[in-house]
Design a protein around this ligand. Structure first.
Ligand SMILES: NC(=O)c1ccc[n+]([C@@H]2O[C@H](COP(=O)([O-])OP(=O)(O)OC[C@H]3O[C@@H](n4cnc5c(N)ncnc54)[C@H](OP(=O)(O)O)[C@@H]3O)[C@@H](O)[C@H]2O)c1
Length: 415
């Protein structure tokens, strides 16, 4: 195995095994066990993949000492949105059944600048020693530059889409100059493009010279550029052959021919235009949210039911939490009763509806309730939000009921 030394001295194996879209349970356990048997010592998962438990189980069952395996996981976007990075990290460790990870990556640079705050939280995790290195995914040059300009550091690694049709040369150069290791995801073109890309005659012809497949040629092209790569397969023969890339060397001409395949074509999303619809209602209005400048927070303890009803009705009441941009845009409230938190209906001023404020206010309220120590949060919201909040890893009890001819929906979120 060849290694790259990260900018903090930690060594990472240049070839790892990715588990995106590998089903939690037997499929993932078997794939990771297979990979470890073949010799991979670097596994790339994410909280978002929902298979950290299986990755942890496979590593444990393999009997290979934990310190011999390089484990990466990633911060869930929803957790970044909520600003509860430490909680997300704890959940990952719990699911993996580990007390540290080798690399913790921010999965996407979320707007609006959530990633700047999240990076500081990740630094705290790094300083605690429970992530041996921290880095990012899907960062463009301008995202990296902003982290460096504002926080005075550069991430250890940037994991991005990179394959012959999207060779990312300018980003490679930038990262090299800054001492940021580059890691390629979807190196074979991902599930959507691998079958087609691996038919490319330039790749297959080069492969013939060495008795290698197009996939092996691509992986070798990565490694010879100093790029760490993490192909994924659930097929034992492919898991094995993708690992057999250290016994041949591409010539300068081969490398140039593969470079020339580039057409700057992504398979996945562009971080600058990625639709965070899943995280923020409506998707639009992300820029608008930047305008939220002032948050007035009044914690009400043990409000009587009567008071609550009044505040409920009167959305301009002082009891409410006000979100102000240049003008007030939205209100929401959080009430504590006997140690239980209830988050009131979020109201968005008419002219600002449909811009995503409601979701941001709700997320902020949940975040605050957590910081105040809530274990259980009641939310009054539309039913479609159940899916949204269940993606945060909450256990959700929901109830729909009719009152005065109006259907209401209540959710209890439990951690
Ligand atoms: N940070 C991010 O945002 C991000 C995004 C995407 C991926 N990733 C990471 O990068 C890893 C790799 O990327 P990926 O999973 O998108 O795609 P990939 O590894 O480029 O391609 C996987 C696809 O190629 C097929 N395949 C694998 N080896 C093959 C071979 N030798 N011959 C023919 N087909 C082969 C697989 O099918 P079979 O399983 O049927 O073999 C699967 O459909 C992920 O698993 C994940 O860990 C990160």
């Amino acid at each position: 195995m060849e290694y790259v030394k990260l900018n903090n001295g930690i060594e990472i194996p240049m070839l790892g095994f990715g588990v995106f879209q590998v089903e939690d349970g037997a499929e993932c356990v078997n794939a990771v066990r297979n990979a470890l048997d073949v010799g991979y010592r670097h596994i790339d998962t994410a909280q978002n993949y929902g298979n950290e438990k299986s990755v942890g189980q496979a590593i444990k069952e393999s009997g290979i000492p934990r310190e011999e395996i390089f484990v990466t996981t990633k911060l869930l976007n929803a957790v970044q949105m909520l600003g509860v990075v430490a909680d997300g990290f704890e959940e990952s460790l719990d699911d993996l059944g580990m007390d540290y990870v080798d690399l913790y990556l921010m999965h996407w640079p979320l707007k609006p600048k959530k990633y700047m705050d999240a990076w500081l939280e990740m630094e705290k995790i790094y300083k605690s020693g429970r992530a041996k290195a921290i880095g990012v995914c899907n960062f463009h040059e301008h995202h990296l530059a902003e982290i460096e300009k504002v926080w005075g550091v550069v991430p250890a690694l940037n994991q991005v889409e990179l394959h012959p049709e999207f060779s990312q040369k300018p980003l490679i150069e930038y990262c090299k100059a800054k001492g940021i290791a580059m890691q390629s995801y979807s190196p074979l073109g991902g599930s959507r493009n691998a079958a087609r890309m691996l038919q490319n005659s330039i790749l297959t012809e080069i492969g013939k010279k060495y008795g290698k497949t197009a996939a092996q040629v691509i992986l070798r092209w990565n490694i010879q550029q100093g790029i760490i790569t993490i192909p994924r397969s659930i097929k034992p023969e492919r898991i094995k052959s993708n690992f057999e890339v250290f016994d041949f060397e591409l010539t300068v001409e081969d490398m140039a021919a593969i470079d020339a395949i580039n057409i700057d074509a992504r398979v996945g999303s562009n971080p600058d235009t990625f639709e965070f619809k899943h995280w923020i209602n409506g998707g639009e209005g992300l820029e608008e949210i930047h305008k939220i400048r002032r948050i007035v927070f009044i914690e009400e303890q043990n409000v009587s039911e009567e008071d609550e009803m009044i505040a409920w009705e009167d959305e301009t009441s002082e009891h409410l939490l006000m979100y102000e941009a240049d003008v007030p845009v939205a209100t929401g409230r959080i009430v504590m009763h006997d140690g239980k938190y209830s988050i009131g209906r979020v109201a968005v001023l008419k002219e600002h509806r449909g811009k995503g404020y409601g979701r941001v206010v709700m997320n902020d309220l949940i975040n605050r309730a957590y910081r105040l120590g809530a274990k259980e949060i009641e939310i009054h919201a539309q039913s479609y939000l159940v899916n949204f909040y269940s993606s945060f890893g909450f256990e959700i009890c929901s109830e729909e009921y009719e009152e005065a001819g109006i259907m209401h929906f209540t959710m209890i979120l439990k951690k």
